[in-house]
Ligand binder design. Structure first.
Ligand code: SF4
Length: 474
């Protein structure tokens, strides 16, 4: 039995994490800026969150399980002092258990004094590094790979945190977008392939770092530029300086950010997520024309693409599904049967709009297939005469080991079934996907090359290495 919904917990695919940092030229309520930034990045992780603030050579932090407003309502935010620098993190666990201990930022005292680190991504060579650090008398407190990075930075710092960051990053493999805070500086790092997004912005005299541009917009700032793959940006009293890790021959930004993970109002590496999604719909209309009465999108991520399909095909866009907007990520689904039924809790068909109609329904991706099957069933029960499904990405055939919770092939309906078999499984009259080349075309305004590993098995880091590194501190 396959199951897929990326929009509810315990299903097939989840977002990774989001990071945020602010450097202020004056002591003020930087924690509140971080809070606003994390609020805008909530879609990237809903399990836990935290904020750390530097003030008077000290670091104070507050973190906990739950959504940003849950953790920081009441006394949470009030407990954080005014300061000069703050970093924040929203987490969905891809390594390590979902527990308060594993919430980030990681805060510790090391060779460079107090330090805090927040990480979006997934490292693929931590087993050996962790053993090496333990041999060096390091003590681990959490079960997350990010702590390996923090302790490596400390190991190599010797009074110069920037040198520590460079040497530590040269030893790790995998995806990482980092914000690191010391008493007097904010440091941002993007891995040499640029797998996860990271952007630099300004808000008056403050310098901002965020996983997505929507967070810079949320704090009233302006985006300056994306952090380059392999770039280390150091922000301190001297200004903003860049250093570079050893460059790779090519870059490999995660193309799934555009398909599903990122917010549609974000722009990543020069490519608008909204435009990429709309173009996906346009391309589907061009390459998979269907004679139908109406076209619609699965809310929320596929609505823009459905409008793109409508634009090119001339088939009117009509709402087919109404979403329950109050179904949070905390919705508990105790078993598989309940999880399958949860689709009808999450959304409902608009019978009056679709009854007797030949319907094209657009979705962003199919991971396990069960959600798509439930949606097709729901639309038919509401009277749709035909249901044709259009997917804004290629067949997901391979797992992701670079920060997305999609780690085994057995989770993926596309790993073992053909397009026709998937269409039969979900019960659609027809099923159409974009090809990898077409998906790349949707992001053609972006300035980086892409990772498309979950579609074609072409990863920047070997999946076998990650599997050999399976010792993930459970
Ligand atoms: S394997 Fe897929 S989800 Fe993972 S980084 Fe590559 S494109 Fe993104």
């Amino acid at each position: 039995m396959f199951l897929r919904s990326k929009k509810l917990p315990l299903d097939g695919m989840h977002e990774e994490c989001g990071v945020f940092g602010v450097y202020s030229t004056e002591t003020r309520d930087v924690a509140y800026t971080a809070y606003l930034g994390l609020y805008a990045l909530q879609h990237r992780g809903q399990e836990s969150c935290g904020i750390a603030v530097t003030y008077a050579n000290k670091i104070q932090y507050y973190k906990g399980m739950g959504l940003v407003p849950e953790v920081f309502s009441g006394e949470g935010l009030a407990r954080l002092p005014e300061g000069d620098i703050a970093i924040g993190h929203v987490r969905y666990s891809t390594t390590g258990a979902s527990s308060p201990l594993n919430a980030q930022p990681i805060v510790f005292t090391g060779k460079c004094g107090k330090m805090a680190l927040a990480h979006n991504g997934n490292l693929t060579n931590t087993k050996q590094l962790r053993e090496e650090l333990i041999q060096d008398n390091a003590v681990f407190q959490t079960s997350i790979d990010s702590e390996v990075l923090a302790l490596l930075i400390n190991k190599y710092s010797d009074g110069d945190i920037v040198r520590g960051v460079i040497q530590a990053c040269n030893r790790v493999q995998g995806s990482y977008a980092l914000v690191i805070m010391a008493a007097d500086k904010l440091i941002a790092v993007r891995d040499p392939y640029g797998i996860r997004p990271l952007i630099l912005g300004k808000c008056l005299d403050d310098t901002i770092i965020a996983s997505e541009s929507c967070a810079i917009d949320a704090v009233g700032g302006n985006c300056i530029r994306d952090i380059k793959p392999g770039e280390i940006v150091v922000i301190d009293a001297k200004g903003v300086q860049s250093y570079f890790l050893e460059q790779q021959k090519k870059t490999a930004s995660c193309i799934f950010e555009y398909v599903y993970f990122a917010r549609p109002d974000s722009v990543i590496d020069g490519c608008s997520v909204y435009e990429a999604r709309k173009e996906a719909g346009r391309l589907l209309a061009k390459h998979a024309p269907i004679d139908a009465d109406i076209v619609s999108g699965v809310p929320d991520s596929a609505v823009v693409a459905a409008r793109g399909y409508s634009e090119v095909s001339g088939i009117p866009y009509v709402e087919a599904l109404a979403k329950n907007r109050y179904l949070g990520r905390t919705f508990i689904q105790p078993d598989q049967t309940t999880r399958e039924n949860s689709v009808s809790v999450k959304m409902n068909a608009l019978r009056a709009n679709i009854c007797g109609k030949r319907l094209i329904i657009v979705d962003d991706s199919i991971v396990r297939g069960t959600t798509s099957r439930q949606i097709v069933k729901m639309l038919r029960e509401a009277g749709a005469k035909e249901v044709h499904m259009m997917i804004c990405s290629p067949i997901v055939k391979y797992p992701c080991h670079l920060g997305i919770d999609m780690q085994t092939r057995s989770q993926l309906i596309g790993a073992y079934r053909t397009q026709e078999e998937i269409g039969q499984f979900i019960g659609a009259d027809s099923l159409h996907y974009l090809t990898v080349a077409q998906l790349r075309q949707t992001c053609k305004t972006g300035c980086l090359q892409f990772c498309t590993g979950c579609f074609d098995g072409e990863y920047p880091y070997s999946l076998a290495d990650f599997q050999a590194d399976k010792y993930k501190f459970e």
